[in-house]
Write a protein of this length. Structure first.
Length: 271
């Protein structure tokens, strides 16, 4: 399996925002094992030499957090030896922006007319509301229950990857809770989360350019296509209000066996 101990980002041009969740240090001085859990954008553009590089990561399970419509519009490729597991986080939401992201960026002319409606901080408010909504949606609870149950399975061979469309919101929350339950400090959790702005935004320059060419204000897209600290802060605030802490969220929110957090720590932390 590829050694990525000190390199979170995995540079594949066809899969921006792909990175290893290993290498972070916990509050008690342990280290998250590298090469076992990855996060990314959707995989439908994976091709050429990137296929060989992806195969070298040793990934045997891909957890797709997108809606059925998103998966149908841009299906992940069938990869030899890789199990594809659909987990629709936003199945119970008809308003969440991440689930409609392809609609937003696919028709710049239509979105240009909505620039005023989304400007002035409104887009950021909608995004933060989506993050808070994830803490209450039954579909989100069911999806993350299955994800963390699978990750905690000691017999799970190879590495795992989870992703959504842009790998920043549904995926961002999965990564943040994964690192938090392992004991990684909040500053480092936010550092991983905000890396999306460095890894993803440059790859989306054509989207911004097309939007502007159609008469839209590209500033409107930044809160939608990037991440902001207050989005994740809102999710953590909602988690604390509803469940107390990460252990309570796993137990009472996701309905996981109380042993799961320790199973995750045993599997993914170096002693």
């Amino acid at each position: 399996m590829t050694d990525l101990t000190d390199a979170h980002a995995v540079p594949l041009s066809t899969v921006p925002n792909l990175r290893d969740l290993g290498g972070w240090t916990t509050a008690d001085g342990r280290r998250v094992r590298s090469g076992l859990v990855f996060r990314s954008t959707e995989l439908h553009r994976l091709a050429g030499d990137d296929l060989t590089k992806f195969d070298a990561l040793g990934i045997t399970a891909v957890y797709d957090l997108r809606t059925a419509a998103e998966r149908s519009a841009a299906p992940d490729p069938a990869l030899p030896g890789v199990e594809e597991v659909p987990l629709d986080v936003l199945a119970d939401s008809s308003t969440a922006i991440p689930a409609r992201l392809n609609e937003v960026v696919a028709d710049p002319a239509a979105v240009a007319a909505a620039s005023e409606a989304l400007g002035g901080g409104k887009a950021a408010e909608l995004m933060e509301g989506t993050y808070r909504q994830i803490l209450s949606l039954p579909s989100a609870h069911a999806a993350y229950h299955r994800l963390f149950s699978a990750l905690a399975e000691p017999a799970q061979p190879g590495a795992a990857l989870f992703h959504c469309t842009t790998g920043k919101d549904r995926t961002g929350w999965a990564a943040a809770t994964f690192l938090t339950v392992l004991g990684v400090g909040r500053d480092e959790v936010f550092e991983d989360y905000l890396l999306t702005n460095d890894e993803l935004i440059p790859a989306l320059h054509p989207v911004f350019a097309a939007f502007q060419a159609a008469g839209g204000d590209p500033e409107v897209l930044k809160p939608i296509l990037g991440v902001q600290r207050n989005y994740l802060e809102g999710a953590f605030e909602e988690m604390t209000a509803q469940f107390g802490d990460i252990e309570g969220y796993f137990r009472d929110g996701l309905g996981l066996d109380p042993a799961v957090p320790e199973l995750l720590r045993k599997r993914y932390l170096d002693e």
